[in-house]
Design a protein around this ligand. Sequence first.
Ligand SMILES: [Zn+2]
Ligand SMILES: [Zn+2]
Length: 138
Amino acid sequence: MESEAYRGGCACGALRYEIAAEPLMSGHCQCRDCQRDSGTGHASQMAFPLAAAKISGEASFWHKAADSGNIIARAFCPTCGSPVYSTNPAKPDLIFIRAASLDEPARFRPQMVVWTRSGQGWDIIDPQLPRFDTMPGF
Ligand SMILES: [Zn+2]
Ligand SMILES: [Zn+2]
């Protein structure tokens, strides 16, 4: 069965992607960096094989060391500021896409919550999902 590519982009449409693969991992991240750059309690992310992703448009990058020490490159649109994707040198074959940037966000199927250690009491996520204090080695 061939499934439809995952397409999406930023709020203004200048930064777009198309990914011809299924996500390898999907989940919510409650780390402080995801809280700050989303403006709310977590970021909802999907990991895809980087080789399957085609990016169009200019991204700006915010480089920040995660608690692991890895420098995460967070790509956002220079015009509208939407966070769209990120890459992590510890997972060089993957690209992490923000779920709500999808043209069809209902395709996001979260499997876990990570970094619950810094989760906020007001950020209530599906209690059925497995929870991890930090980032499990997936
Ligand atoms: Zn934009
Ligand atoms: Zn995070």
